[in-house]
Design a protein around this ligand. Sequence first.
Ligand code: DGL
Length: 264
Amino acid sequence: MIGLFDSGVGGLSVLRAIVQSGINDDFIYFGDTKNVPYGTKNKEQILSYTREIMQFFVQKGVDCAVMACNTSSALVFEELRREFSDKIKIYPLIQSVAPFFKDEKETIGVMATSATVKSFAYTREIKKLNKEADVIELECQEFVKIVENRLYDKKEAAEYIKSKAEYLKNAGCKKAILGCTHFPYLVPVLSKFAPEIEFIDPAKYLTDVIKEGLKESLGAHLGAKKTFSTFKFYVSSAPEEFKKSGSIFFDIKDDVLLADFAKC
Ligand code: DGL
């Protein structure tokens, strides 16, 4: 069983990429809607939220957890790995994706939450294999609210998105990594303001890494393990809101459930 988590609907963009890649499995998705946004929280808070989610996954029988959230990958992957890797294989976003930029010569833009940008995790991870890499990290925290609350048609939202896209354009970026799983939904708007930039959704790279990992554990049986997928969606508050906002990324057919531990 594969578990994915994020602060809200953003991680559904990762779930969509995994499912579209042909991986069949039982999926369980957790959106921590009570604590969204993660990008304005500190490490201690994020560790406490994500530890609870991982315990929930252990209880549910998850054997592979995808941190479908850049912010928690930036801040607490090492801690979660230490605590849970004997029970669950963990795939973090940034650490899985950065190696794909090892030969990149152009300036790489990264659009991410405040916490991710402050941690410089993208710069750190990319430079591990590409010492000369030129990385510009840009905080775009408000994008999270825009996506969660479906504000993309509002004038102020458009102004804010424009200012961020133009910043990277003026900095000479030709490529920009969407370093927050909420951001892929904004690509049409971003591209309108900066058509010369290729906005990259890193979920496709993460999916490749997961596929490789599954191949190792399942051998030739990848894809044959199951012929269809099942989905369960949990949140820590407001299930109906999640279902509405989430529909931009994923066709949620079943009820979204309030997780037991979140009820208290
Ligand atoms: N979607 C998450 C990320 O990839 C978290 C966004 C937030 O809650 O601030 O960073």
